[in-house]
Design a protein around this ligand. Structure first.
Ligand SMILES: [Zn+2]
Length: 249
């Protein structure tokens, strides 16, 4: 992890490029909100990214989880064990974070898609980063109430179920930014294209619901799209949604 992997994308909003997944840091003075937490093998990188910003992991008031796939919760356990960092997600995602069930692509499903360009190479990287490790976030709790969260960035959860049943995006109204998790991405090692798109369908728990959840995103007043995978995208989020819809497989 280098300083160049930590990129300011809006006032007090930082994107961290973890290689094949992103996480984000929202700053308010000394306090931070962490949005998503990389693969298990990224746990050290998450801590490094916080320090590269000149902060201490103890400054993180909470980890917000868009959804509880292994590549978005990797540092949740270590941060909680070392610093007591709480983890919050939608009420619908809590049982998934607790691993009462798993809504994640299986190694068998990945192998069935191994003929697709990029899938095998991605799978090797994901495996090395602990993507198949059985991890959970037993301390995950639901957002405390409706409306914006009382955390750095004042993030407003936006329910976008489909990729997982409790997937959530986060709107940062003050800076016109939306963090879209895996509900809308701009690139992935298994995609040949850059720009707004859905992930390949085999990654979605419910593909039809994932596509339907683009509708609430399109309504948001945001001009910067920060996805779980891929580069930041600048322009009205409604335009990003229109592109993703037109490029659907
Ligand atoms: Zn995912």
């Amino acid at each position: 992890m280098n300083r160049s992997d930590v990129q300011q994308v809006a006032d007090d909003v930082f994107r961290v490029d973890g290689g094949i997944v992103n996480w984000y840091l929202l700053r308010d003075g000394r306090d931070l909100t962490l949005v998503d937490a990389g693969y298990p093998g990224n746990a050290g990188d998450v801590e490094s990214s916080i320090r590269l910003l000149g902060h201490d992991p103890g400054d993180v008031r909470a980890l917000l989880i868009t959804h509880a796939h292994a590549d978005h919760i990797g540092a949740a356990g270590p941060l909680h064990a070392r610093y007591g960092t709480p983890a919050l997600c939608s009420a619908a995602e809590v049982p998934h974070a607790h691993r009462q069930f798993l809504e994640q692509v299986t190694p068998v499903q990945v192998l069935a898609n191994a003929w697709r360009p990029g899938v095998l190479r991605w799978a090797v990287r994901a495996f090395r980063l602990g993507g198949t490790r059985a991890i959970a976030v037993p301390h995950a709790e639901p957002f405390p109430g409706a409306g914006p969260l009382d955390l750095p960035g004042r993030p407003l959860p936006v329910p976008t179920p489909g990729h997982t049943r409790g997937h959530s995006a986060f709107l940062l109204p003050a800076v016109g930014v939306v963090l879209t998790g895996d509900g809308l991405v701009t690139g992935h090692p298994t995609s040949w294209r850059q720009g707004p798109q859905l992930l390949p369908g085999f990654f979605d728990h419910d593909r039809a619901a994932t596509a339907a959840a683009l509708a609430p995103l399109a309504q948001l007043d945001a001009e910067v799209v920060l996805p779980g995978h891929g580069e930041p995208w600048r322009g009205p989020v409604g335009d990003a949604v229109a592109t993703a819809r037109s490029e659907r497989e």
